[in-house]
Design a protein around this ligand. Structure first.
Ligand code: DAH
Length: 343
């Protein structure tokens, strides 16, 4: 057969072939581009072509070769596209998904949210405030004298080169923020993180969390406070919970008390957290000192109020049997995963 005819025949074959799957594409590749392809032997025919046709023949052969390559690249793309389309349409969209581990709430958040919820039910409103505070809101307004040991560089993290700005040492600073901005009646809770320059150990950390409470109105009494705190304790620790109030001292309250909740000494954790007494100290509280009201522009002749500050970590540790406070701040996934079932 005339070699020119052979070339046209192969060219027509290349242009008309359209393999629809990977296997027939491979057959195409082997036939036209493989090591023993059908084009190769035609090059050897060159010597049999008369010299006036050699140039034309060479060009036709090269055209054949590049056509084969181009066609192959095009077909390859089409086959790939078709196979992903097939994959998608063959997918079973009703199959259940393995969602893996999607994260969980931190035990401190779980307890904090529970506390917020308990107080919201009786009309307390959440106030969130800054962690970087000034000396006035954290100490002066709260009736903490200049020479009070809590102001010491040892306990308070001051900002670099500043005597005025610090990381709040308690959420009581929010009391001053709210009282200077709102008029009584005031009924707020302020959850948040606080900082103290303390040596880190199994029992204490330089950061922890509190929920502050403040209630100011006419004729608020100590009995009101005690009833509210008893309600809180029973919601938080169970309906039969026993509490005790011990007289204490805080610069911003008068009289002041600390509230303990009866936990018993059944487990190693309660033994350790209660220092063997069975009583877990959960909060400080008291009647807002008249000086604090005056400092914040509220007339102590007209208004009275109570305040409290609940520590969150100790309750979280008791609830989940955590013996070392440091575990709460290390963010070890093996620890955190254990709370994935809790909301
Ligand atoms: N601010 C105190 C602390 O960090 C806790 C506290 C005690 C808060 C008595 C109060 C309170 O509101 O009335 O230890």
């Amino acid at each position: 057969m005339d070699v020119f005819n052979k070339i046209s025949e192969l060219l027509a074959e290349i242009e008309s072939s359209s393999p629809s799957d990977a296997q027939s594409l491979e057959t195409f590749r082997i036939r036209f581009l493989g090591t023993k392809n059908v084009i190769k032997p035609l090059f050897a025919e060159m010597r049999n072509v008369s010299s006036d046709k050699k140039k034309e023949f060479g060009q036709a052969l090269n055209h054949l070769k590049t056509s084969a390559e181009e066609r192959y690249n095009l077909l390859k793309k089409e086959v790939q596209l078709k196979s992903t389309q097939d994959e998608v349409s063959n997918m079973d969209l009703t199959l259940p998904v393995d969602s893996g581990f999607t994260g969980s709430r931190h035990p401190v958040s779980i307890v904090m949210n529970r506390m917020i919820n308990i107080f919201e039910k009786i009309g307390f409103v959440v106030e969130e405030e800054r962690e970087i505070e000034d000396d006035w809101h954290n100490f002066s307004a709260m009736n903490t004298p200049d020479d009070h040991p809590a102001r010491d560089m040892q306990d308070t993290f001051y900002l670099k080169d500043s005597e005025k700005f610090l990381l709040r040492t308690h959420t009581s600073s929010v009391q001053a923020r709210v009282m200077t901005n709102q008029k009584p009646p005031i009924r707020i809770i302020a959850p948040g993180r606080v900082y103290r320059n303390e040596t880190i150990s199994a029992r204490s950390h330089c950061q922890f969390h509190q929920v502050e409470g403040l209630y100011i109105d006419k004729d608020v009494s100590f009995a009101d406070m005690k009833q509210t705190l008893l309600y809180f304790a029973r919601e938080m620790y169970g309906p039969d919970t026993k509490i005790r109030l011990r007289p204490s001292y805080f610069p911003f309250t008068e009289p002041s008390a600390e509230m303990d909740v009866w936990m018993g000494t059944d487990t190693e954790t309660t033994k350790r957290l209660t220092k063997g007494t069975g009583w877990l100290e959960v909060l400080g509280c008291g009647m807002v000192d008249p000086n604090v009201l005056t400092n914040c522009g509220i007339d102590p002749e007209v208004y009275t109020g109570y305040a409290f500050g609940i520590g969150i970590e100790r309750t979280a540790m008791q609830k989940y049997n955590i013996s070392d406070i440091r575990l709460l701040f290390e963010n070890d996934v093996r620890f955190l995963q254990q709370f994935s079932a809790v909301i």
